[in-house]
Ligand binder design. Structure first.
Ligand code: PGA
Length: 241
């Protein structure tokens, strides 16, 4: 088992004003939260600065949604590790299925980004997961094992988070059965040399299914999309029973 990490992935949502409003409500709901639970908000680049000032010293940590593998250069639209660490970012989501599907990310580019994140002292959250078609063909485990093999070349497993996100469960309301997610996560852990890597589940995590998900033996946390946009619901997820 790894450290418990509950992360929100805001994707392309929230302006600065909306982010501050969210944080005020969220903070008011975390007064009794167990400090052993790490809470991370993976937000758009444009709200990192304002949130880094408001989060200072609190329970909640800041995450970004991408990082380029070079330290600087002619890479229009990309962001570097130093740009993130300057804003007190601790985590970065890498290889999310939306990046793979819409922006041509591959296991190889995800691998380069993971290595760059570690070089800058950031905790990469590497996302893996199968499509519905791959699952129906009985290929889920093989697909995930291959994603890990290629994504983890030369990666230091002492500073790493993996998120298992079955693509068919993302944003669909169609959650993977908690026990099924648990058994895939066990397979993921078998592939790792460090058995204490935090492995999260992601895909339609909601206040009404979080307790069952976190009750599983191998699931160390969650990566939450849609349900992380509402501070009251996200606080319920963080304060799972
Ligand atoms: P979802 O997204 O919770 O909206 O399904 C999860 C994710 O994409 O990380």
């Amino acid at each position: 088992m790894g450290k418990i990490i509950i992360a929100g992935n805001w994707k392309m949502h929230k302006t600065q004003a909306e982010a501050l409003e969210f944080l005020t409500v969220l903070k008011s709901k975390l007064e009794d939260t167990d400090e052993a639970r790490e809470v991370v908000l993976c937000v758009p680049f444009t709200v990192l600065s304002i949130l880094s000032k408001s989060l200072h010293g609190g329970l909640v940590r800041l995450g970004a949604q991408n990082i380029h593998w070079e330290d600087q250069g002619a890479y229009t639209g990309e962001i570097s590790g130093a740009m993130l660490t300057e804003l007190s970012v601790d985590y970065v989501v890498i290889g999310h299925s939306e990046r793979r599907q819409y922006f041509g990310e591959t296991d190889e580019t995800a691998n380069l980004r993971v290595i760059a994140a570690q070089r800058h002292g950031l905790n990469p959250i590497l996302c893996v997961g199968e499509t519905k078609q791959q699952r129906d063909a009985g290929e889920a485990e093989t697909v995930i094992i291959n994603q890990l093999k290629r994504g983890l070349v030369d990666v230091d497993q002492s500073k790493l988070v993996i998120a298992y996100e079955p693509i068919w469960a993302i944003g669909t309301g169609d959650t993977c059965e908690a026990s099924e997610a648990n058994s895939i996560i066990r397979v993921i852990r078998e592939q790792l040399s460090n058995k204490n890597v935090t492995i999260q589940y992601g895909g339609s995590v909601k206040p009404d299914n979080i307790d069952e998900i976190m009750d599983q033996s191998d699931i160390d946390g969650v990566l939450v999309g849609g349900a992380s946009l509402d501070p009251v619901g996200f606080a319920r997820i963080i304060n799972y029973q």
